[in-house]
Ligand binder design. Structure first.
Ligand SMILES: C[S@@+](CC[C@H](N)C(=O)[O-])C[C@H]1O[C@@H](n2cnc3c(N)ncnc32)[C@H](O)[C@@H]1O
Length: 212
């Protein structure tokens, strides 16, 4: 999904670091910072990076820390990748990075586990615009890839918009799963969740209309 190379890329919650490593390999990042709270895993990652991506040829840094402690440097070309964590945590990270970078532009690539609706709300609230979005099918699970920027881009729809292809049965299956989930939550918290169900239903009508 990445459109351009960056001076600095942060692989947040990197775990084994495979995502960041794939970028080191493709020269999408001049420098890569791997961040995770797991001390043991970070030690292992550092030693495999030393072997496979020797410093001097590659530029990387391993940081054992909470993403919420990151003080965003004043660099114009930087990307934060947040993948494989839950929606609430992702929202927390978007908020803390945005507060830290009140005057600094940066891009963000998100692939959270569940909770994309609230992740999108948080991106909207923090002044992000959409660069690209995709529905990603991986090992029979479905995720949303959201690539956004504080610089410029399109308006972010909280249900997603350009990523949907109603002809694709996986997309329809994903839509049903989302609506089922929010309809269930609406039983206990109707004021919060019923409007979300309505938004997804309106989206479906619009997508069906496009097929005519
Ligand atoms: C499932 S892994 C995701 C790995 C990788 N990003 C991916 O998509 O394959 C989740 C990782 O998030 C890390 N993590 C959770 N909370 C964190 C935080 N507040 N700051 C940094 N890392 C965190 C965990 O230690 C774990 O390694």
């Amino acid at each position: 999904m990445l459109l351009k190379p960056y001076e600095l890329v942060w692989d947040c919650c990197c775990d084994h670091g495979l995502l960041g490593m794939s970028l080191l390999d493709t020269a999408h990042a001049r420098k890569l910072v791997f961040v995770d709270v797991l001390a043991n895993q970070m030690r292992k990652l550092e030693s495999s990076l030393r072997e496979d991506f020797p410093l001097g040829k590659y530029n990387w840094h391993v940081r054992c820390d909470d993403v919420r402690n990151i003080v965003v440097p004043k660099i114009n070309s930087q990307l934060f990748i947040i993948a494989g964590v839950g929606g609430d945590q992702t929202v927390d990270f978007i908020n803390s990075l945005s507060i830290s970078a009140a005057d600094t532009m940066f891009d963000i690539l998100i692939c959270s586990v569940h909770g994309s609706y609230f992740v999108r709300e948080s991106l909207i609230d923090n002044g992000f615009s959409l660069i690209d979005e995709k529905i990603i099918l991986d090992k029979n699970k479905i995720y949303e890839g959201i690539y956004a920027s504080r610089n410029s881009g399109k308006t972010i729809a909280n249900t997603g918009y350009s990523m949907w292809n109603w002809k694709d049965q996986d997309h329809r299956r994903y839509w049903s799963r989302l609506v089922g989930h929010y309809a269930q939550r609406a039983r206990n918290e109707p004021e919060k969740f019923r409007p979300i169900v309505e938004k997804y239903k309106a989206l479906k009508c619009e997508l069906l209309g496009q097929l005519k």
